[in-house]
Design a protein around this ligand. Structure first.
Ligand SMILES: N[C@@H](CCC(=O)N[C@@H](CS)C(=O)NCC(=O)O)C(=O)O
Length: 208
């Protein structure tokens, strides 16, 4: 049995975006049965040795598959792709592109958006992200999915673009927006997203 570990609860803002969503989505697409386990959402200093043994940065998610435990959402999705024989070179390159080329500016960009900061550093990160989206736009205008069929690379690229779209950062990029709409219209996304929201709502109930 495969086990995805996430937090037992998070505050409302990250709900629907916690990265166990990527893992749930990939497992739903692959039709692989899995269970969800939790670690307590506590301040970093209180995260236990068991948590750090699975995820050295004290984050989530990680996946347990028999005796194997995998952290980093990209590595987990490649592990799932390997199980389904879809870990081809073009998939691997787009997995890295999603995480290492597009998500790289998205993370600081999102921090700036949440904190409503402005200034020179913010403009530089805006420009960095724009450069990546300007290149993704013709790529996604020319194809339905990154490598022909829908794969884990699309899950990662779409999930990264969801973060940008949350702050309306795709307004100038209609092909990116249309690709995101195609990806999130998939039943496996709806199931993964709904399950994550229900999971954290159940966490609310346990806390009250
Ligand atoms: N590169 C990691 C990032 C993991 C990550 O950012 N996890 C967030 C939840 S989405 C987390 O655990 N945040 C709490 C923290 O960093 O203390 C991955 O893709 O798995």
């Amino acid at each position: 049995m495969l086990t995805v570990t996430t937090y037992d609860w998070v505050p409302p803002p990250p709900r629907g975006f916690v990265r166990d969503l990527r893992v749930r989505w990939a497992l739903e697409e692959a039709k692989l049965p899995y269970r969800v386990a939790t670690v307590p959402f506590v301040p970093f200093k209180e995260r236990g040795a068991e948590h750090l043994a699975h995820q050295p940065f004290g984050q989530v998610p990680w996946l347990t598959d028999g005796d194997t435990t995998v952290f980093e959402s990209g590595a987990i999705l490649l592990h799932i792709a390997k199980k389904t024989g879809t870990d081809t070179s073009d998939v691997i390159e787009w997995v890295f592109a999603a995480l290492n080329s597009v998500e790289m500016p998205v993370v600081p960009w999102t921090i700036f958006k949440f904190s409503k900061l402005d200034g020179e550093a913010v403009s530089q990160v805006d420009n960095f992200l724009d450069l990546r989206l300007q290149r993704m736009e013709p790529v996604l205008a020319a194809r339905e999915w990154l490598t022909g069929a829908f794969t884990v690379a699309d899950i990662l690229m779409a999930d990264v673009l969801r973060i940008v779209d949350r702050f309306d950062g795709l307004a100038k990029y209609p092909a990116c927006k249309a690709y995101l709409a195609r990806a999130t219209a998939r039943p496996a996304f709806a199931k993964a997203h709904g399950d994550q929201l229900a999971h954290f709502a159940a966490g609310d109930a346990k806390r009250s």
